[in-house]
Design a protein around this ligand. Structure first.
Ligand SMILES: NC(=O)c1ccc[n+]([C@@H]2O[C@H](COP(=O)([O-])OP(=O)(O)OC[C@H]3O[C@@H](n4cnc5c(N)ncnc54)[C@H](O)[C@@H]3O)[C@@H](O)[C@H]2O)c1
Length: 265
């Protein structure tokens, strides 16, 4: 028995990184997964690898409401319903506040914040029709504490925590739980260019690159290493299954202790 037997979950940004691991773990736990992403080749390859009985790729730019309608329709026509969503797609741009072009700020808002909003809006009627379900939004450590050079990104991640709280209150009576994950630093293509293949999809990083990341983050993270996407996927699983049946509206920090405090030694 899997923890997600019989469930149908849309995972956005699932072609690589945390979303890929969430799709893989959810299928391993018995769910049917709709892999949504703008990276068509890598997304198709993942769905094929998971098997057509279990996964379907859908081209989904989360910032476009029409593409959300298409993704929901595809999920229903393929697997009969939708009762779970992991809003995982996101982009990161580093820039000093005063140097951040308005277009860049708006692009980050459009993908991270508007994308999560549109996702919740599009799937909620389906979750309700299915008799309830779960939404897991991917925020960040930077939703809860500051990080220099991340004005646009931190703004959107704080907004995601805010929307999570509001949605949880509005949807609790419909049997829908809404929570957020706040990862610290995680070794994915977003943070580790060594993990990006030529087509934008995932590739195995060489061990030196990952060791260098561990050394870099080990200076500030009590657990002494960067996080792994599989670890975030396990939190997404917890928040999507019955193990978290009495939890809604909360941000969950997963950061190896980074936010616990500052060490002077
Ligand atoms: N890696 C980290 O350290 C870290 C830390 C905190 C939060 N996060 C968040 O976790 C989530 C996953 O990040 P990751 O580290 O796996 O990054 P990643 O860059 O490896 O994966 C992000 C995925 O989102 C997809 N994507 C980008 N724009 C999209 C759009 N408009 N529509 C649909 N898909 C789109 C990308 O193609 C990619 O497959 C993001 O929301 C990110 O902000 C990551």
């Amino acid at each position: 028995m899997g923890k997600l037997d019989g469930r149908v979950v849309i995972v956005t940004g699932a072609a690589r990184g945390q979303g890929e691991q969430e799709a893989r773990l959810f299928v391993a736990e018995g769910a049917r997964v709709v892999v949504g992403d703008v990276l068509d080749g890598p997304g198709e390859a993942l769905a094929k690898d998971l098997g057509e009985e279990w996964a379907r790729f859908v081209h989904l730019d989360v910032s476009r409401e029409d593409e959300w309608s298409g993704a929901v329709a595809a999920a229903k026509s393929t697997f009969g319903k939708v009762d779970g969503l992991v809003n995982n797609a996101g982009i990161l741009r580093f820039n000093e506040l005063v140097s951040t072009p308005l277009e860049e700020f708006q692009q980050v808002v459009q993908v991270n914040q508007v994308g999560a909003f549109l996702g919740m809006k599009a799937v909620t009627p389906e979750l309700e029709a299915a008799g309830g379900g779960t939404i897991v939004n991917t925020a960040s450590y930077t939703a809860l504490t500051g990080m220099a050079f991340l004005t646009s990104y931190a703004a959107t991640k704080a907004a995601i925590v805010g929307m999570t709280r509001v949605a949880s209150m509005e949807l609790a009576g419909k049997g829908i739980r809404v929570n957020a994950m706040c990862p610290g630093a995680v070794d994915t293509p977003m943070t580790n260019p060594d993990r990006v293949a030529a087509d934008g999809g995932p590739k195995a990083a060489d061990e030196t690159g990952s060791a260098a990341l561990d050394e870099f983050y080990g200076k500030v993270i009590p657990m002494g290493r960067i996080g792994r996407p599989e670890e975030v996927a396990r939190l997404a699983l917890f928040l999507s299954c019955e193990d978290s049946s009495y939890i809604t509206g909360q941000p969950f920090v997963i950061d190896g202790g980074w936010m616990a405090g500052v060490s002077v030694f």
